[in-house]
Design a protein around this ligand. Structure first.
Ligand code: PMP
Length: 464
């Protein structure tokens, strides 16, 4: 990475200064004060380099977005070139060259039929846009009673309040009921798995069987509520923030068919799964389905800048056309939506995917991770079954993996394991009781092994 250092490696006081002024997301600051945080000063390839000079493998892709490593020269070059031409201009009433180019590229790689691209700046805003599209669509095709949404239990679609209304996570969202709306929900296959609690749905047949029960619940929901439903929203193939809960591709195909049969839109949130994480460019490809609306963010720019997009079919787009005075336009837009610098990074990111065979490498990395997880995590005394699709990996820390008995949540075992992993020189994340690994797709295979081995040692220490 060519970034100039703003601090001597031993610059004193960063932690102290952080603690004085910053407020970190999803962070209990009383806990934050209890351990020495890492202050990242730069990154090189797959490593984050702290201000004190220590180096850490970026095992969660800087929250699921880095794709080709940090400081990839082709992406930097594209950003530098764009920087000299246009740093920012608005999509409100104007267009710009990188947005048009990126829009074309996205339509070309998206499942056929997703032909319209609306830019925003984060996964959450891409979801808000999808929400407004789905809601307003039905009003404008003469079905204004279709106002509600159905989502998977423990769905996570972002932190803006529309996105929060779609999802529900006990620790994150309890108490927000007065300022959110209620969605209908149905249990994902994971929660219908025979070994519910242990989450042992790693084997394909068990997962297929669980999907049947989940689909039956969706069918009942649609039978009762389709008349008032605008859309089913879901994270396709893998529910990330819930703790890596997989679905079989057949589940997605059935959901698509059920939505069609009940005249309900299907919105797929590919914010986490998109751009290769599941081994294909988009998770929905694995099921061969086309959603009516699809949200992408995170890996879109290779993880370099905040650009997101909501893609829609021409059928959805057409419902928004008409005379100005009909007020059928989508009255929504964010200042930095489709930022040119971010679009240039995204175009370069897609070029690198093609030139470097990133998807093929991601599949090799997935196989390496699978082997290493089998060798090192499966034999841990306090790890539950591994859930993995592509390079998205989760497994639970359990007091007793045989019975599924959990640790008391205040013991923060996964968090402790993630801190222990730092001593091993790797960054992973604990999400509740779940360890999450999601390395950059281009991570060299030996580094993938190192990531798993180090995580296993850290888990062994945190559960000893
Ligand atoms: N949807 C999904 C499936 C996500 O995983 C996330 C973030 N983890 C979001 C939406 C929200 O994205 P952002 O943090 O960029 O707003």
């Amino acid at each position: 990475m060519t970034t100039k250092s703003t601090a001597a490696p031993d610059a004193p006081g960063w932690v102290e200064r952080d603690r004085r002024v910053l407020w970190h997301p999803f962070t209990q600051h009383d806990e934050w004060l209890g351990y020495e945080p890492i202050v990242v000063e730069r990154a090189e390839g797959f490593e984050l380099v702290a201000a004190d000079g220590r180096r850490y493998l970026d095992g969660v892709s800087s929250i699921w977005c880095n794709v080709h490593g940090h400081g990839h020269p082709a992406i930097l070059e594209a950003m530098h070139a764009q920087l000299d031409r246009l740093q920012h201009s608005t999509m409100l009433g104007l267009s710009h060259v990188p947005a048009i180019e990126l829009g074309e590229r996205l339509v070309a790689i998206a499942p056929e039929g997703l032909t319209r691209v609306f830019f925003s700046d984060a996964g959450s805003t891409a979801v808000e846009v999808a929400l407004r599209m789905a809601f307003q669509y039905w009003r404008q095709v003469g079905r204004p009673e279709k106002q509600r949404f159905a989502t998977l239990v423990d769905a996570y679609h972002g932190d803006t309040l529309g996105a929060v209304s779609l999802g529900f996570s006990e620790p994150f969202h309890t108490g927000y009921e007065p300022i959110t709306f209620r969605s209908l929900s149905f249990p994902p296959p994971f929660l219908c798995a025979p070994l519910d609690g242990r989450g042992d749905c790693g084997d394909a047949a068990a997962l297929e069987a669980a999907a049947v029960a989940s689909l039956a619940a969706l069918e009942r929901l649609l039978d009762a509520h389709a008349h008032e439903l605008a859309a089913v929203f879901l994270e396709p193939l893998m529910q990330g923030a819930a703790g890596m809960w997989p679905q079989p591709p057949s589940f997605l195909r059935r959901v698509r068919a059920l939505c069609d049969a009940h005249d309900v839109l299907l919105v797929c949130d590919e914010v986490a799964t998109g751009f290769g994480r599941t081994g294909r460019m988009f998770a929905v490809e694995q099921a061969g389905i086309v959603p009516d609306v699809m949200c992408v963010a995170k890996g879109l720019t290779g993880g370099y800048l905040p650009v997101a997009a909501t893609l829609a079919t021409e059928r959805v787009f057409d419902a928004f056309r008409g005379a100005y005075a009909d007020y059928r336009a989508l009255f929504h837009g964010h200042t930095y939506g489709g930022n040119p610098l971010g679009c240039a990074a995204a175009i370069a990111n897609l070029d690198v995917f093609e030139r470097e065979g990133t998807l093929a490498h991601a599949r090799a990395l997935a196989a390496t991770l699978a082997g290493a997880l089998d060798a090192h995590v499966a034999k841990l005394d306090h790890a539950g079954p591994v859930r993995r699709i592509g390079t998205m990996v989760g497994f639970d820390l359990l007091r007793d993996p045989q019975t599924g008995e959990r640790y008391p949540s205040h013991e923060r075992r996964a968090h402790r394991a993630a801190l222990a992993a730092r001593d091993e020189g790797v960054i992973v994340r604990g999400l509740g009781d779940t360890m999450i690994l999601m390395p950059p797709l281009a991570l060299p295979l030996d580094q993938g092994e190192r990531l798993v081995e180090a995580t296993a040692r850290a888990v062994a220490r945190a559960t000893a």
